[in-house]
Design a protein around this ligand. Sequence first.
Ligand SMILES: Nc1ncnc2c1ncn2[C@@H]1O[C@H](COP(=O)(O)OP(=O)(O)O)[C@@H](O)[C@H]1O
Ligand SMILES: [Mg+2]
Length: 299
Amino acid sequence: MKSLYQTSISSLPLLGHGKVRDNYAVGDDKILIVTTDRLSAFDVVMNEPIPGKGMVLNQMSDFWFEKLGHIVPNHLTGVAPESVVAPEEVEQVKGRAVVAKRLKPILVEAVVRGYIIGSGWKDYQATGSVCGIELPAGLRQADKLAEPLFTPAAKADLGEHDENISFAEMEQRIGAELAAKMRDISIELYKTAADYAATRGIIIADTKFEFGLDDNGVLHLMDEVLTADSSRFWPADSYAPGMSPPSYDKQFVRDYLETLTEWKKTPPAPALPADVIEKTQAKYFEAIERLTGEKLKVA
Ligand SMILES: Nc1ncnc2c1ncn2[C@@H]1O[C@H](COP(=O)(O)OP(=O)(O)O)[C@@H](O)[C@H]1O
Ligand SMILES: [Mg+2]
């Protein structure tokens, strides 16, 4: 399978390269978002592509936008990405791009946690709380929480780590009304998605949403939604509290990187061995098939 590490589309003005996505302006009110095969781990972009990963992420987001469209408007326009680039550039966008409404990003990421894992688990062990929200004593790693928690994070500049903030801090930054709306919608999105995923044998342990405002100030869901990059997906059949469950994402890469004691989790990224790349690719492909019931449509 062919991979795409970085786009080179000269028929549109480049807005920027994110860690994973390349954004181009389409007129002044839309953007072409191309999901490449780049992988970032610990916020450092690896040098090797994971072939097809961008298509998996793009198709996962599309799947969820469709399923969750009744809860909140989203950034999709329905314009075909192939129609906004030059003929010789079509290969770069096929199956891995969207034409989205160009929104004003809200610089607070909406994290929802249904289970206690990762940084939340570390926080709990140290403080008995997660992001300042006190939890009952005696929780085990990966335990399900009584109710999903909303734990906002300030969106960091490229190369920086996102920073957890309290809900009060979020209210200060974007206003109490918008903060409450984002929180309520995020929890509803999470619960609806988690209920669906459960029917497919997948636990959505946690996830991160991004929102933006259109010219009329209407809140929209944007960016990627409930992908294996923005969420922790666990196979339900191997779930057991008390340990960190295997997940459908870049866990192989993270585990490999943890073995490199010399690497300080800062650029430049170390080289990834071929078997780590292959296993990671297989996980992404397995994830979309298990979630949607259909194999990745390779465009
Ligand atoms: N509809 C939209 N309007 C404006 N910006 C968007 C929209 N959808 C996504 N974005 C932004 O595009 C970028 C996507 O690139 P990505 O590689 O995910 O970046 P990052 O490294 O910040 O995660 C993000 O900064 C995201 O906030
Ligand atoms: Mg992103």
